[in-house]
Ligand binder design. Structure first.
Ligand code: FES
Ligand SMILES: [Fe+2]
Length: 444
């Protein structure tokens, strides 16, 4: 449980708030490269700030406050030209650094133009994502996390925006016990009620032991599954939450970052960034990093519970847009959640004292940051991939057939792979307990 005041601190991201200042010390994704063509602009919102992101015909991307410094009109309605963006109201033009290049209608006095600047923010691109930095200068290095640098893997990015506060979504990343329930047993139960859900069998095993430790990246999570022999990857390697907004997870040649980006205090942009290297070997001609949308609502507005991420989104949204932590009752399964909150408060305090928080890299930064990740996830790496492609957001990827084909080409056909272990068949008993009080969104 948190006090109302601490809950407020954890969930507010505007400029000047403790968490807002902490998150402004990191490069945050603001777009997917594939979705920002040349000579195009889009309105974006990040940490409660309205911004305009655009790419000029020369390929460079720029980010400005979505506000003309003349009289405040949204530059996202502006006209993109070769050198910058022209405000639609009176035609003032600004380059990517925010400099005012033209002021039609004003006397030809350069001094006035020099005094006027649109607020601009640095932008960098890496691994098919466009990152922005909204904090005080000088901007730190953009961390070169390994998957962003793998140009010999099939890479794609699923995305969705959901009406839930960033912190409760990050808390899910350190919640190892929800997996067997929300994605394992709950999928079985839904299936028993007629929802066409492909049950992720490898997700269904309960944990015997879990461990959450601070490491150099954030929180390293390890688990030993019930019935699992000692020495498995899940326990000896595990996977990290990369502070402040990324989960690394994968197995069987799939490697993912789950990135969470606060749009504002009440909505979060979700990115599922995956690199596939079937058999652990480089993929010839993998093509560019592609983008796909992840549907999480049914046509009648219910949650889509027929895939893993739809189930997660149901949990995050029904917790309340900004969940009320004064009313929660944390148990032993919440050790990771408690540790993550501690980290957020502690790192926000570092920023208040004028220090860099963890995960901020200054030059010379590592060329590539290799992150730990179990390969034989849930004791069956290939079963895990089969489950991910069939039952997670990955099933909406435009590369699905290509990914399956690449696995088959290296002698690892995913079709028919049974998964590590079927769940122990609680579907009937759980269904009997809950049938009367759950309205299920059956996808069509
Ligand atoms: S408000 Fe933008 S040019 Fe006047
Ligand atoms: Fe989940």
């Amino acid at each position: 449980m948190l006090s109302a005041e601490r809950n407020e601190t954890l969930t507010r991201y505007g400029a000047g708030t403790p968490m807002g200042e902490l998150l402004r010390r990191y490069w945050l994704p603001v777009a997917i490269t594939a979705d920002l063509p040349r000579h195009d602009l889009r309105k974006v919102r990040l940490l409660g700030e309205d911004l305009v992101l655009y790419r000029l015909a020369d390929g460079t991307a720029h980010l400005l406050e979505d506000r003309c410094p003349h009289r405040g009109v949204a530059l996202s309605y502006g006209m993109l030209e070769a050198r910058g963006i022209r405000c639609p109201y009176h035609g003032w033009m600004f380059d990517g650094s925010g400099r005012c290049l033209e002021q039609p209608g004003e006397p030809a006095d350069a001094a006035f133009a020099r005094r006027v600047r649109a607020r601009s923010y640095p932008v960098r691109e890496l691994g098919g994502l466009v990152f922005a930095y909204l904090g005080p200068g000088p901007a730190p290095e953009l961390p070169r996390y390994d998957l962003f640098c793998w140009d010999d893997a099939i890479r794609d990015v699923g995305h969705a925006t959901v009406p839930a506060n960033f912190a409760q979504i990050m808390e899910n990343a350190v919640d190892l016990d929800h997996v067997a329930w929300l994605h394992g047993r709950y999928s079985q139960w839904l299936s028993g009620r007629g929802l066409p859900v492909d049950i992720p069998r490898t997700f269904s095993r309960l944990n015997d032991e879990v461990s959450f430790e601070r490491d150099e990246y954030g929180v390293l999570m390890r688990r030993k599954l019930q019935g699992q022999a000692p020495g498995g990857d899940d326990w000896t390697v595990g996977h990290p939450l990369v502070f402040p907004n990324m989960l690394r997870v994968g197995g069987g040649g799939s490697h993912s970052f789950h990135l969470r980006v606060p749009v504002d205090d009440e909505s979060t942009w979700l990115l599922w960034y995956t690199a596939y290297r079937p058999g652990g070997v480089p993929v010839p001609d993998p093509g560019p990093v592609t983008s796909y949308e992840v549907p999480w609502r049914t046509p009648d507005g219910e949650f889509r519970l027929d895939h893993v991420e739809g189930q997660d989104i149901m949990a995050w949204v029904t917790q309340g847009t900004v969940t009320d932590r004064t009313r929660e009752h944390l148990g032993t399964v919440d050790r990771g959640v408690i540790l993550l909150r501690k980290l957020f408060f502690e790192q926000a305090e570092r920023v208040r004292r004028g220090l860099d928080p963890m995960g901020v890299y200054r030059a010379p930064a590592p060329e590539v940051i290799e992150l730990p990740q179990e390969q034989e996830k849930f004791g069956d790496g290939l079963g895990y991939v089969r489950d991910v492609l069939a039952a997670s957001q990955a099933r909406f990827s435009t590369r699905l057939a290509d990914i399956r084909r690449r696995y088959a080409e290296v002698g690892l056909p995913l079709e028919g792979h049974p998964g590590a272990m079927a769940g122990p068949g609680l579907a009937g008993t759980v269904a009997a307990r809950k049938r009367s009080r759950t309205g299920t969104g059956v996808a069509t």
